[in-house]
Design a protein around this ligand. Sequence first.
Ligand code: UT7
Length: 335
Amino acid sequence: MYNSKITGLGYYLPENVVTNDDLSKIMDTNDEWIQERTGIKKRRWIDPKSGDTTSTMGAKASEIAIKRSGLNKEDIDFIIFATLSPDMYFPGGGVRVQDMLGMPTIGALDVRNQCSGFIYSLSVADQFIKTGMYKNILVIGSENHSGGLEKSTRGRGVTVIFGDGAGAAVVSRSKEKNKGILSSHLHSEGKHARELMLDGPNTGRWVPEILEDNDPNDESYYPYMNGQFVFKNAVVRFSEVINEGLKANELEKDDIDLLIPHQANLRIAQFIQRKFQLSDEKVYNNIMNYGNTTAASIIIALTEAWEQGKIKDNDLVVLAAFGAGFTWGSVIIRW
Ligand code: UT7
């Protein structure tokens, strides 16, 4: 029986910083509202002239993660790419990274689970390693939100929240007992699919129909979020799925050394922190600097926390996410 552990971490952020004040110049919003409701001070948005895309950012983060793992590209035997904003409708980002990094013709899988995409991807990598099928899996979360946001007052409830960026982890086979990924728990509740979504274009309303309608006020091509409803569900599901992971491993909340919640809203993270009675040092947040980067948020935060020496050998690290679908999940790691 094998275990899987994270052997390399990396992230890449586009250079272009967009502050709350910058946003207030293009829509009716302000720094006070954004900080009070979300905790966000600034985010990165790709400069269209830079050439950054979801795939190129994923590839750059991957190069760092592979280098830090001490492996070569040829040692990676599978790619998992989580995103809701692929460069093109199809194919997905995994095959693009395989090509950009000049990797052998290994398998590449795209995961479309939005904010919980990285949690789902880690879980899939863990299962492939535990069955003995693969030895080293590259797991990527990357998003280019800015290209698809509605940058006007009508879109402000969503647009001020989201940022661009990418992170990657190498997950490798290990024979160390009780170390590495201890468990993952995944959930969904599709009846709430329309509470947080991007409706168009879709296969029920395809391009000819869109062109025929030619409606400049059509909102269906921008993300929609029923913010308060999502918030209320998020706080409940985050707590449930963290408890589920702890219980499955016969652990208590006091055993947590570091919690990295998906960076959806600082108020959600603070609610969970209070609920689990964790000190500030035991929760890592970076939404202030990057906004919500969806599938990239946990892996960027995990990499930063590791770079800052906040994760030590044997620490219990808890990752948890909730988002569109709804989907949610947790991964518990003994570092
Ligand atoms: O990562 C995926 C999961 N996502 C989440 O977990 C997000 C969960 N939800 C949230 O984080 C919060 O609901 C938001 C941050 C999205 C919104 O905060 P809220 O406290 O729920 O505000 P609200 O949507 O109830 O809006 C309150 C008011 C409204 O005005 P009225 O109707 O009270 O006059 C909005 O029109 O704030 C207005 N508003 C804004 N004002 C200034 C909405 N967006 C903005 C804005 N700037 N950007």
